[in-house]
Design a protein around this ligand. Structure first.
Ligand code: ADP
Ligand code: MG
Length: 437
């Protein structure tokens, strides 16, 4: 039987199990994409569809599929928005400025004021001051760094339409470089990056460990800087905190102005929510907006997520009356995310991997290369320092090792800490990350 037929039959079974409204909202939009012996991949249009399926319909769909095919398979749900993003040619991906991101729709507040002022100053001038070059914007995810980067480019082009602006990400830069080397088009690559008036590079933390790209970036940077062209960079952390990056690049990154973007405080959250709700033509009472601002706190992307959900729920319920109940229902998932997660060895391991930009699973793997040994010991040390039950056998077990290895690892870090004060700040930062989420 073809997958299409199988899915049709499963859908017919599902229709009997759930209400028509839920069926239309959540089951109908699903497309079956592929099937193997072990799993069926389903595709849905939005993240909220996926959440709904994962929380409410997951096992029901699995059993219906099993009934049709007489074989137990798990399902995987992917979101088509993400799929488009991934399938797009990486060279095309974000190669241009996004006009949706501008200064007019960027809400200022205490948390981003410094960054905003610096970004606007850079965008307004065609003869950059060395004091602002490069401008280095850093801060957590979803706080508006990419937005500001595009806003700088858009604003600058409005004032200086003949100038050349290039927006790129560290990943795209690396990808293009590798392609250029393979296809022997290095010169074109160089011209493209060294003949611009304003270079915007997003997420430079991902240059970590990419030596070839760093080498090229170094020369690109110097060429632009020496001819007084503005460079703006973003990162999730300060240059000094990016691991595996050459010292000379770190120095260049830090040589201008570094400004951080903080998570929005209450007033800014209120202002952002009001502006985004208004953009959706929704009128919502202030006390309801306040309820959202009190419950969704971590970043702007989540605030936008809340607004999108409210729009969607209002659509499903065919109402334009936004009540407290509707909002509470719409953002229930988001509110759950805000609750503090319990700190387990796995949480620590995954934060340490993230910090050192190692693939997930590296620390519990058998690998003993230099790039994982210290991070693994650091993770063991943090387990010892912050877990409720930090016995060595427990720690060892979490890393698929015995207690003596855990003891040795923790001891190593302790010793290193006596001599190396940078390591203390690294560990403190990781602990902050662990406690923040
Ligand atoms: P980052 O690059 O820091 O991870 P983004 O720039 O991608 O964050 O921002 C996430 C989303 O939040 C974007 O849709 C952006 O337009 C929006 N956003 C962030 N900060 C603001 C702000 N101050 N005002 C309005 N929208 C914002
Ligand atoms: Mg970004």
């Amino acid at each position: 039987m073809e997958l299409e037929q199988i899915w049709e039959k499963a859908v017919a079974l599902l229709a009997d199990e759930i209400s028509a409204v839920s069926f239309n909202s959540w089951i109908k939009p699903i497309k079956a994409v592929s099937m193997t012996d072990a799993k069926v991949v389903l595709c849905v249009p939005f993240g909220v569809n996926r959440n709904m399926i994962m929380t409410k319909y997951f096992s029901l769909i699995e059993s219906c599929l099993e009934m049709v095919t007489s074989k137990k398979r798990t399902i995987e749900v992917i979101v088509s928005e993400d799929m488009e993003e991934e399938n797009r040619d990486p060279l095309q991906k974000e190669s241009t400025l996004n006009p949706r991101y501008n200064f007019d729709n960027f809400i200022k507040g205490k948390s981003n004021e410094m960054a905003y002022v610096a970004a606007l100053a850079v965008a307004e001038t065609d003869s950059p001051s060395k004091a602002y070059n490069p401008l280095f914007l850093y801060g957590g995810s979803g706080l508006g760094k990419t937005h500001m980067l595009h806003a700088i480019g858009n604003y600058y082009l409005e004032n200086y339409p003949k100038r050349k602006v290039l927006y790129t990400t560290s990943e795209k830069f690396t990808y293009e470089l590798v392609t250029a080397i393979r296809e022997k088009t290095n010169q074109e690559f160089r011209n493209k990056y060294r003949k611009v008036d304003l270079l915007l590079i997003d997420d430079v933390q991902f240059f970590a460990g990419r030596e070839l790209a760093q080498e090229e970036l170094f020369h690109t940077f110097n060429a632009l800087y020496d001819s007084d062209k503005q460079i703006v960079l973003t990162s999730d952390r300060l240059p000094t905190e990016i691991p595996q990056i050459e010292e000379r690049i770190r120095t260049r990154f830090s040589s201008g102005l570094s400004v951080d973007v903080q998570p929005p405080e209450y007033e800014t959250r209120m202002a952002i929510l009001k502006s985004k709700l208004q953009a959706e033509y929704l009128q919502v009472d202030d006390d309801i907006v306040a309820f959202i601002a009190e419950n969704v706190k971590s970043n702007v992307r989540e605030l936008e997520g809340a607004v999108k959900r409210i729009v969607l729920y209002a659509g499903i319920k065919r109402t334009s009356l936004i009540t407290m109940d509707l909002v509470a229902e719409a953002i229930a998932d988001l509110m759950k995310n805000q609750q503090k997660r319990r700190i387990t060895p796995q949480v620590i391991i995954s934060e340490v991997e993230k910090y050192y930009m190692l693939p997930s699973g590296s620390l519990v793997s058998k690998k003993r290369s230099n790039d994982v040994v210290l991070p693994r010991q650091v993770a063991m040390y943090i387990c010892r320092e912050i877990l409720d039950d930090p016995s060595f056998p427990k720690i060892g077990e979490s890393f698929k090792r015995d207690h003596s290895t855990a003891m040795h690892g923790v001891g190593k870090v302790k010793k290193e800490l006596d001599e190396n004060s940078d390591l203390r700040s690294v560990i403190d930062e990781i602990i902050t990350n662990i406690k923040r989420d």
